[in-house]
Design a binder for this molecule. Structure first.
Ligand SMILES: [Zn+2]
Length: 76
């Protein structure tokens, strides 16, 4: 399970069940296990500090590189 943080202010955004070893390029909504501070704003998900973190693509968020960091372990 990964915890996604804002790269700008480090606020905790959501918890994500990442499958596979690759980079976090997108977050499938049905694998977001807990939402902390992510806010939907005009088809984007952003941090309360105003930083855009991802773009809403329906069933997933396409993540914006360098807008976020993560901690935790990926599932194989
Ligand atoms: Zn932030």
């Amino acid at each position: 399970m990964l915890t996604i943080h804002c790269a700008a202010c480090r606020k905790k955004l959501w918890r994500y069940d990442k499958i596979g070893p690759g980079e976090v390029l997108r977050c499938h909504k049905n694998r977001i296990k807990k939402m902390y501070n992510g806010q939907i704003h005009e088809h984007k998900i952003r941090c309360p500090c105003g930083k855009d973190i991802g773009i809403d693509k329906g069933t997933l968020y396409k993540m914006i590189a360098k807008a976020f960091t993560y901690k935790g372990t990926k599932r194989n």
